[in-house]
Design a binder for this molecule. Sequence first.
Ligand SMILES: [Zn+2]
Length: 106
Amino acid sequence: MNLPKFFAVAAILITLAAFGSLSYVYSQEKTQRIACIHNQEVMREAMIHYQTQHAGNPPGRIWALWPYYNEAPEDFGTCPYDHDLLYVIDRETGMAVCPNPDHRIP
Ligand SMILES: [Zn+2]
């Protein structure tokens, strides 16, 4: 293989690798977004149980929902995309939501 062919093949392989890794990153983000939305839906159910036992009031802290889980996940109260991102209680709806706007329940 002469040098120009080698560089052409190398450029094609690098481009394919770049698209492959971009696709992987995109699918990872999408998977974590879906996991986050699932977390919020489970927290909604826990919140409803909490509110039925507390005169309709939401808890002051998200951790008050912990006893309302049968098996609380290891990353309870945090977004699976960024474990430093803590869920917050939306005072308008009284529900636990992820601060990441891309992870809001549609
Ligand atoms: Zn999230």
